[in-house]
Ligand binder design. Structure first.
Ligand SMILES: [Zn+2]
Ligand SMILES: [Zn+2]
Length: 778
């Protein structure tokens, strides 16, 4: 990040001759001078470094002088130890924006302006070291003016690899749906603006892939986009022209504003200003009316600001919020190539605003939610990936091992440990589709190539049917496996550098348990190098397995069956009669009692689903996590009461885990009280909050029983702001130290890191624990 120019200036300021160069292991400097000045030089490197740069390791040694006459920046060296960091793609900086809008500047209105402090990185790099010939900018020959800037150490664009101008750099083109050029450059942009105003759907080639853009205030256009994309209810993200325009529609806290305007510029989940019952009237001014179809029944909006110069130019002209959603079929990876986009988006996009700078790899927009005044990354991609997590010193003995973790199944990411860095890939997505499968394999090959790494160990989830597990087995006969929920806890421990004993709380929808049942409401006693499965939710039958994930009403029958057996049909007829036909009930009852295609589960996520259905909030979902999300959104945060519950000592012994499970959280009293409240006509908004409050009490009680003073929260359930905030506050009030995610997603996007973390933490005592989490197979 403009590091060599910084070193150049600093060395000249201190009158130190020598040189600086980039090689594939990082930045290498030789400087000659007296020891005090050299020591000053070292400390200033750390203190004055460019704002966005990160020094992960600074080593020095003293040598005999060679008599350099001046300080220079040398050409990069080739080497095989590739461990230099690749930086994420960074939003355009203020200096570049100012130039872009200055009619006297030679890059006036040029949509590919950038400098050493901003612009594309990860999305254009082909191999290390990061130099122009190793990027997709190599096809553009620098003009004399750009070359001058590129070579001038005093210039902001000194060694800015993607440097470009209207004379020598990438250009815009507007295509029709057949790929015929309609217009170019400024005209293409102007015509695109007109087309968006007319309600057309535009596929825009952005930084890390194509986005579909429509006018967010045009109800018909947004509805048409939903229809063409086959996306029924899942909210669309919006791009706004300015922070002020976001504030017209949403509540924006100081932290949220900082995240929105940060160099990472993610999508931020913001609370709408309007009341839930009237989402049409978001904001008071008519011009900020957001189409109700953008995020139906949803009191939040995913909002972002323009982050590339192209987006800035477009939004400035438009001065309207637009839907800016990944251009793909649902759950498939985002398109990156214009020819591919023409195929894939046929029938979806009306026009294509493209450019001729190739995108080397897909990088989606990241998604962040602010919880307790701190950012929580829910989808980690642009702006964040592939920055590494640094391995703590105590695990340095494993420095030599290169480890690949293939992650989970939904929200898949992969991770690669090389040396003391763990590189986590950009978001890949749901591996169920053929396309995302191809991308998954491509990302693994890409990482191996970029970092010149051949893994010594490959780690997967325990689930035998995960595509990621199968692929790991295809790569190596001898893989190691980590239990899903433990991987969540390990990821959170690692991200927060938790030391010593801690209670791990791992709640999500689905994961393969050590006893081959579906887990999801788990508690672990953990320390630096081992774990014990300590508690879990009472299990219930999930009729239809996978189908139950899409139909929360099925989870509901599972818990009612657990409470009352077959007589639940009569006992709770008032609660279920509107949800099923009598034929459906017959089939479900048969499945439940005979356990046909009905796994048993301890999933907290499914419990949220069941309550969501019980309250009449969501019986069927259109996207992952919808029922729990709607239950959270329905809650009235002012309610402070909760329900009673029981924690019982378990008499069960888990042979596969070879560990006694100490405690079972019995949710039956909670559900019974909820049913009483429903029958007393208590509002769902109050019941929902009482349910959330109760779950935080459950965590506190288990924490007390565990005897541990630190609590680590992970798993998809902790994307829920109400649950997370209530739990953290309650634990802190009771003097627990609480850790939760920040830069690593609590959902399955964090599994890959967790797999490597588990490997590192347990490898220390591998002989003793080898047979527990790290099941050796093959
Ligand atoms: Zn810049
Ligand atoms: Zn130029």
């Amino acid at each position: 990040m403009g590091f060599r120019p910084f070193i150049y200036k600093l060395a000249n300021e201190l009158n130190l001759p020598g040189y600086v160069l980039n090689n594939s292991s990082g930045v290498f400097i030789e400087a000659e001078g007296s020891e005090p000045i050299l020591r000053n030089f070292l400390s200033r490197i750390e203190a004055d470094k460019p704002k966005l740069s990160v020094i992960t390791n600074l080593e020095h040694s003293f040598l005999d002088p060679l008599g350099y006459s001046k300080f220079e920046i040398k050409e990069s060296e080739e080497g095989d130890d590739v461990s230099a960091l690749i930086l994420p793609d960074i939003a355009v900086c203020d200096n570049c924006l100012k130039e872009m809008l200055d009619p006297k500047d030679r890059r006036y209105l040029y949509p590919f302006i950038n400098c050493t402090n901003c612009g594309p990185r990860f999305s254009i790099i082909e191999s290390l070291p990061y130099d122009r010939p190793n990027t997709s900018m190599k096809i553009f020959k620098m003009c004399d003016k750009c070359r001058e800037e590129y070579k001038n150490p005093a210039d902001r664009r000194f060694h800015a690899q993607p440097i470009a101008c209207p004379d020598c750099g990438p250009q815009l083109f507007l295509w029709d749906e057949g790929g015929n050029i309609i217009s170019e450059k400024q005209t293409a942009l102007k015509e695109t603006v007109d087309l968006i105003r007319q309600g057309k759907i535009i596929a825009l080639k952005g930084l890390g892939g194509f986005q579909l853009i429509v006018d967010a205030t045009n109800e018909e256009a947004v509805r048409e986009l939903r229809k063409r994309k086959h996306r029924e209810e899942k909210p669309f993200a919006l791009m706004f022209p300015s922070i002020e325009s976001i504030k017209e529609v949403c509540e924006v806290s100081e932290t949220e504003e900082r995240v929105l305007c940060s160099p990472e510029s993610p999508i931020v989940l913001l609370k709408r200003k309007s009341k839930i019952g009237n989402p049409c009237l978001a904001g008071r001014q008519a011009k900020s009316k957001i189409s109700v179809t953008v995020a139906p029944h949803n009191p939040y909006l995913g909002a972002m600001l323009p982050y590339t110069p192209l987006h800035h130019l477009l939004m400035k002209e438009l001065n309207l919020p637009v839907v800016a959603t990944s251009a793909n079929l649902s759950e498939e990876p985002i398109c990156i190539d214009e020819r591919e986009a023409l195929e894939k988006l046929r029938g979806i996009a009306d026009y294509y605003l493209i450019h001729n700078r190739p995108i080397v790899r897909h990088v989606d927009d990241s998604i962040v939610r602010v919880i307790l005044n701190r950012e929580l990354v829910m989808r980690r991609a642009r702006g964040y990936a592939p920055l590494p997590i640094i391995v703590a010193e105590k695990y340095f003995s494993l420095e030599e091992k290169t480890v690949l973790a293939v992650g989970g199944h939904l929200k898949n990411t992969v991770a690669l440990k090389k040396g003391n860095n763990i590189f986590i890939s950009q978001h890949i997505g749901d591996l169920s589709t053929e396309e995302s499968n191809i991308t998954f394999k491509k990302v693994i090959d890409d990482f191996k190539l970029l970092y010149n790494a051949e893994p010594d160990e490959i780690i997967s989830d325990l689930h035998p049917e995960y595509i990621s597990t199968k692929y790991a087995k295809h790569l190596s006969e001898k893989i190691k496996q980590v239990q899903h929920h433990y991987a969540h806890v390990a990821a959170c421990r690692f991200e927060n550098q938790v030391e010593g004993e801690a209670l791990g709380v791992s709640w999500d929808g689905t994961g393969y348990g050590l006893d081959a049942t579906v887990w999801g409401g788990e508690f672990f006693l953990t320390d630096d190098n081992s774990y014990k499965h300590f508690a879990q939710f009472r299990k219930f039958v999930l009729p239809g397995g996978e189908k139950a994930i899409k139909e929360p009403r099925r989870s509901l029958t599972g818990i009612l069956f657990e409470i009352a057996g077959s007589s639940f049909v009569d006992e709770f007829s008032d609660l279920i009669e509107n949800k099923f036909t009598s034929a459906e009930i017959g089939i479900l009852l048969n499945m439940l009692s005979k356990k046909i295609n009905s796994p048993i589960t301890s999933s907290a996520g499914r419990l949220f689903d069941a309550v969501s259905s019980l309250l009449g909030i969501c019986d069927r979902t259109n996207y992952e996590g919808q029922a729990a999300m709607m239950l959270e959104f329905a809650a009235d945060w002012s309610e402070t009461n909760s329900y009673s519950f029981e924690i019982k000592k378990s008499d069960k012994f888990q042979p596969e885990a070879d560990e006694p499970l100490a405690q079972i959280v019995d949710w039956v009293p909670i559900i019974s009280s909820i049913i009483n409240d429903i029958r007393k006509d208590l509002k769902p908004s109050i019941i929902s909050t009482k349910f959330h409050n109760t779950l935080s009490q459950v965590i506190l009680e288990i924490a007390k029983k565990s005897g541990m003073k630190k609590v680590v929260l992970s798993g998809g359930c902790f994307q829920n702001a109400l649950l997370t905030e209530r739990t953290i506050s309650l634990l802190q009030e009771n003097n627990y130290k609480v850790y939760w995610h920040q830069r690593i997603p609590p959902n399955d996007g964090g599994i890959a890191l967790g797999q490597i973390a588990a490997y590192l933490m347990q490898h220390l005592h591998l002989n003793e624990i080898e047979n527990k989490t790290l099941k050796e197979i093959g």
